[in-house]
Design a protein around this ligand. Structure first.
Ligand code: GDP
Ligand code: IMO
Ligand code: MG
Length: 436
């Protein structure tokens, strides 16, 4: 199997976990390259839903090596709990490899994340409050503490001491929060070091050797294109490079080793947190009325659109081909897996946004100025649905109702990308492999 980047093509939660879990059996390595435990990837194990936050979804196969790359930020306590959860489910984590260059989320990162959101008030980002942004801030500012620092107690203490000399005054004087002692942090983190040490590795070297030996790698993206620090709806983004390019910097494998870039798109769109969302529908509890609120509520309930990490209700809207085309470009998508198509079986007709209108101007491309995106009115094409026909049992493309095929083919036409995988339910087998 050619090495592949699997990337969210919307605002996250597109079903990356399901598709990674489905195709990981064809790969020798599955690597997370960015983000941290802000991610929530759902995989189905027997009759249980498991939420993975840091562990690459390839962990479900014993012959697949899960790798946490250098571009990831790791909350060690969360990772250790996740490993225990998986082991209790009979899933071995013994093959896990953790990059020594990945940065560590410290307790003060989580404090800063929460405090900064509070400070921003109604301009908040709506973060997951897991300390992701502040940890990446320290990385870029060259003040971060890395996995390899855990290997040497003396170095770790020194780095914590240096960090606290800056963090404590800010915690206390700017935010009025509690401060930390070096001892407190070492008491918590040094036992983590002992548990994680056997998994630490020179992962860039390991992966490059794998490439040389003809092995295949699946790079599992977290979040999504529109949450990317450079290409997303800044500042309403996460703090890492979610796009396909991040797979190279976040692992140390050169871009020439990547053969395929699979985008994951939901058959509609959701978003958690703040920021522009042109096709957003409303919810009755937020004062939404009419068909807009009926459709919004139906997408949310039929799609079970509640965050895996925070439990927040996800904002829901119709498929947006403008961002679909944009995601195809900035990631260089070779093909797409379309997920949650079954959710649309609830609707008489289905809308697709093909362009935006703002101040008398039509945009069929992603607008240069964020303010346009905030005020954009979607231009919709309305397609006939397949209401009441249960498609969750379909296993070949031919079995799908005619209008379902027309919907998929319309999305291919307006985004310009082939949809090689079509997902019709959360289980592994509820999938149509069209050209995989
Ligand atoms: P991720 O963050 O991209 O991995 O996505 P999440 O796991 O946060 O959210 C996707 C949700 O949709 C999960 O609950 C999945 O089990 C579920 N899911 C994935 N594919 C399908 C599908 O084709 N149909 C339905 N009904 N649910 C799906
Ligand atoms: P997966 O991998 C959806 C969003 C947050 C917030 C913004 C910044 O499951 O698709 P952060 O805590 O990262 O600083 O928050 O990014 N966000 C996600 N939204 N799915 C995710 O991950 C997300 N990870 C972060 O809601 O708007
Ligand atoms: Mg998710």
């Amino acid at each position: 199997m050619p090495s592949t980047v699997l990337v969210g093509a919307q605002w996250g939660d597109e079903g990356k976990g399901k598709i990674t879990d489905l195709i990981a059996r064809d790969y020798d390595y599955v690597v997370r390259y960015q983000g941290g435990n802000n991610a929530g990837h759902t995989v189905i194990h027997g009759d249980k839903k498991l939420a993975l936050h840091l562990m690459p979804s390839g962990v479900m196969y014993k012959d697949c090596v899960p790798v946490i790359g250098n571009g990831v930020v790791i909350d060690p306590g969360v990772l250790i709990k996740e490993m225990a959860m998986l082991q209790a489910e009979g899933i071995s984590c013994e093959n896990l490899k953790i990059s020594c260059d990945a940065h560590i989320i410290m307790p003060y990162h989580k404090d800063f994340d929460g405090a900064d959101e509070k400070r921003l008030g109604e301009n908040k980002i709506g973060t997951t409050k897991r300390g992701i942004g502040p940890c990446y801030q320290d990385k870029v500012a060259r003040k971060g503490i890395r996995v390899q620092d855990l290997l040497d107690e003396k170095i770790f203490r020194l780095k914590v001491q240096t960090a606290l000399s800056q963090k404590n005054p800010i915690l206390e004087k700017i935010y009025g929060l509690h401060t930390y002692t070096v001892e407190e942090i070492c008491d918590e983190y040094l036992p983590y070091a002992r548990i994680l040490k056997p998994f630490m590795a020179e992962t860039a070297q390991l992966l490059n050797e794998a490439v040389r030996n003809g092995k295949s790698i699946l790079f599992e993206g977290a979040q999504g294109t529109l949450l990317d620090i450079d290409h997303g709806t800044y500042p309403y983004v996460t703090s890492s490079s979610c796009c396909a390019g991040g797979a190279a910097t976040g692992t140390g494998v050169g871009p020439k080793a990547i053969d395929r870039v699979l985008g994951i798109q939901k058959a509609y769109v959701t978003r958690v947190g703040e920021g522009p969302f042109p096709t957003e529908l409303s919810f009755p509890e937020d004062g939404g009325t009419g068909q807009d609120a009926i459709d919004g509520e139906l997408l949310c309930s039929a799609g079970h659109e509640f965050g895996v990490t925070t439990g927040r209700k996800r904002r829901c809207g119709w498929f947006d081909a403008v961002i679909g085309r944009y995601a195809a470009e900035v990631n260089g998508l070779t093909d797409v897996a379309l997920t949650k198509l079954d959710v649309l079986s609830e609707f008489d007709t289905i809308k697709v946004c093909v362009a935006y209108e703002c101040d008398g101007k039509t945009y069929d491309y992603f607008p240069m100025q964020q303010s346009v995106l905030f005020h954009a009115k979607p231009v919709y094409v309305e397609l006939p649905g397949w209401k009441g026909i249960d498609i969750t049992g379909c296993r070949t493309y031919d079995e799908l109702p005619e209008n379902t095929c027309k919907y998929v083919e319309y999305l291919e036409e307006v985004t310009g990308v082939t949809m090689s995988i079509v997902s019709v339910g959360p289980d592994r087998d509820q999938t149509i492999m069209r050209s995989w």
